[in-house]
Write a new protein. Structure first.
Length: 272
């Protein structure tokens, strides 16, 4: 069975405007799967679609909407109602602020939970039944090492990523024997446009063209993701992330939270 036969004919990639999502969409197209590109910015999505169409013999569709808005999942279902979605990638939900919980209105945390928890859950519930009926398909939910324990300045974000990890694991337990591969990808620091903007704004890199220190390359992350689609339920990406998972499993929760707080302070430093 080819990749496109198993996971096609269409994939939906949420968070496809740049970075990891755009790279994952290109990887799917390279393997012969048509892609629905989903994110907020129409013009950026159009550019990603044009790039994919110029490189690969697949179809693309662009859906521009804000995943934090109520009714986002229903709108996505309507926009893809005529397509057979055999692969779902949820790569949205980075935290652009990295600020204390009480520094922002509660609406910021509520939007994070909507985007990182509610919508992927709703989309899985909508698209997975057809995959189960067909006996093949795939679901990839991007997680973060921030979900391994609570840490300063990422209260709602870390909690939402903990939800994503456990949700993917539980879904794998229910679906992998039915032919549907479910994978929670747990990422460490990755060289995405969002991270560059954050670190540049804090004065930690001199230019948006600079690679943040210690950040993994997007292409390396995506390559590892494709290599491990069947190795669910959870895959820790990169040697450093796998070492961190091993370390935290040997500590008490108190020790782990204190370690995360120290690591966050060392990695991010004071605002620039």
């Amino acid at each position: 069975m080819t990749f496109a036969t198993k996971y096609g004919p269409w994939a939906l990639v949420a968070g496809a405007s740049d970075g990891l999502g755009a790279a994952f969409a290109a990887g799917l197209a390279e393997r012969g799967v048509n892609v629905v590109l989903l994110a907020r910015r129409q013009s950026v999505l159009d550019h990603v679609a044009a790039e994919i169409n110029s490189r690969f013999s697949v179809e693309t569709r662009v859906v521009a909407l804000d995943l934090a808005e109520p009714g986002a999942a229903s709108a996505i279902a309507a926009a893809t109602g005529d397509l057979e979605i055999g692969f779902l990638v949820y790569c949205a939900g980075a935290d652009p602020n990295y600020q204390p919980f009480l520094a922002n209105p509660i609406g910021a945390a509520e939007a994070m939970v909507q985007r990182n928890c509610m919508v992927p859950m709703q989309l899985c519930h909508h698209f997975a039944p057809a995959m189960v009926e067909r006996g093949s398909g795939g679901i990839v939910i991007f997680g973060s090492g921030a979900g391994l324990a609570g840490g300063s300045n990422m209260v709602a974000y870390g909690a939402s990523k903990a939800f994503d990890m456990v949700f993917a694991e539980a879904l794998w337990a229910e679906l992998h024997d039915k032919g549907v591969d479910v994978l929670g990808l747990i990422l460490g620091k990755t060289d995405t446009p969002a991270l560059r903007e954050l670190e540049h704004g804090r004065g930690q890199i001199a230019s948006l063209d600079d690679v943040p220190p210690g950040a993994a390359a997007v292409d390396d992350v995506i390559a590892e993701a494709f290599e491990n689609l069947t190795n669910g339920p959870t895959w820790f990406v990169g040697d450093a992330m796998r070492a961190a998972e091993q370390l935290t499993s040997s500590l008490t929760r108190n020790q782990t939270v204190q370690l995360f707080a120290q690591a966050a302070a060392a990695a991010m430093g004071p605002p620039g």
